[in-house]
Design a protein around this ligand. Structure first.
Ligand code: ADP
Ligand code: MG
Length: 356
């Protein structure tokens, strides 16, 4: 089978644990040099998939190829990949230098070459001053870097990351996101990164794969998925605060919203559907008559630059994002305009239309 250098082909792989099907016939082509993020809720099969690519987990059918070579049945050490785990998996009794060089040494890399690569990686990650320490003498962020360093020294064709930032505090996580991204820009090594954190996916990925119950919901560039979600699941999973969902009754190319407000939905078939509206796509209406929704301000969350306002609209709560200096008060009536929305099939969750 063929794929470009450094690419990873995942073709119709199926994985069962006992009788439970965890991944049903999953297929993805990872392009050479891209940073692809698999994102989805806990338990959707991300780690299982990554471990299958690494060769740490067997599977029942399908094919995985790395750099054009089928790796089914190849030992992890023969796959030219390096994996960074959530818990770092450092050897506690070894120094940072030894932790980083150990894998190379085990593969018979000459001592001089190992030392050079460790020094290069340590410089890249700015951990040269930590080389003689042991893992227990490091902070969480420093351990994270050592785990990255151990992967980098291998100069693999593919990096595999399994939620590498989950054990870091919020501030450090933001810093490390930037650093991993910058590192990828420098090394241009194909990277497969799995996380449950949609912010990591949005900020780091060239392409995102949204997974749900072992199935792929959508694959695409972060902003494409954000603005043109293929399913209600993708729409609700990406973005914080989450997209608002409202029932809408469609007839004659028009939707009727809770409270009786109307919205043009040309071309959408008649019946019950679901309207998805991003918080930044709800605006205070110019006039009450032109409004799509009417409600009352139920809660305010001033964040500084923005204020999030929760509005009760005829039994449905929506969140809108307003400028931080908006003169808005709890309990006051609000008339809202829907600037852009997505319409989803109420039963299947498939997107039926986008409005503008
Ligand atoms: P994620 O990484 O997305 O949180 P996992 O790949 O770890 O999800 O798990 C996917 C599903 O497979 C979950 O339902 C999990 O409980 C199950 N699972 C994972 N590992 C095993 C195992 N060794 N034996 C049985 N079930 C497992
Ligand atoms: Mg996992």
């Amino acid at each position: 089978m063929s794929s470009s250098p450094g690419g990873v082909s995942i073709r119709r792989v199926t994985k069962f644990y006992g009788t439970v099907e965890v991944l049903p016939e999953l297929s993805v082509e990872v392009q050479p040099g891209e940073f692809i993020v698999f994102v989805g809720p806990s338990g959707c099969g991300k780690s299982t998939l990554l471990r299958m690519i690494a060769g740490l987990e067997a599977f029942q059918s399908g094919e995985i190829a790395i750099d054009g070579r089928t790796v089914n049945g190849l030992h992890p050490s023969e796959r030219d990949i390096a994996m960074v785990f959530q818990d770092y998996a450092l050897y506690p009794h070894m120094t940072v230098r030894r932790n980083m060089g150990f894998g190379l040494q085990m593969r018979g890399t000459p001592a001089g070459e190992t030392e050079t690569r460790v020094r290069e990686a340590a410089a890249t990650l700015q951990i040269e001053h930590l080389l003689e320490r042991r893992p227990r003498e490091l902070s969480g962020g420093q351990r994270q870097r050592v785990a990255m360093g151990r992967a980098i020294v291998r100069k693999p064709k593919v990096f595999l990351f399994d939620e590498p930032l989950s054990n870091l505090d919020a501030k450090l996580r933001v810093d490390m996101r930037g650093e991993i991204k910058a590192l990828h820009q420098r090394l241009a090594t194909t990277s497969i990164y799995v996380t449950h954190d949609q912010v990591e996916a949005m900020t780091m990925a060239d392409r995102i794969v949204v997974m749900n119950h072992g199935r792929i919901e959508q694959v695409g560039a972060p902003l494409t998925l954000y603005h043109e979600p293929a399913t209600r699941f993708v729409a609700g999973f990406l973005g914080a605060p989450a997209m608002n969902f409202l029932p809408v009754e469609v007839s004659g190319g028009e939707g009727v919203l809770p409270g009786g407000g109307r919205l043009p939905l040309p071309g959408v078939r008649a019946g019950a559907a679901e309207l998805g509206v991003r918080p930044e796509r709800l605006r205070a209406a110019v006039s009450s008559d032109s409004a799509n929704l009417h409600g009352t301000v139920a809660a305010l969350e001033p964040l500084g630059a923005d204020t999030l306002a929760s509005i009760d609209c005829t039994g449905h709560r929506v969140v809108m994002r307003l400028p931080g200096d908006s003169p808005i008060r709890l309990g006051e009536p609000m008339a809202l305009t829907v600037e852009a929305a997505a319409v989803f099939d109420a039963a299947s969750g498939q997107r039926l239309a986008l409005t503008r």
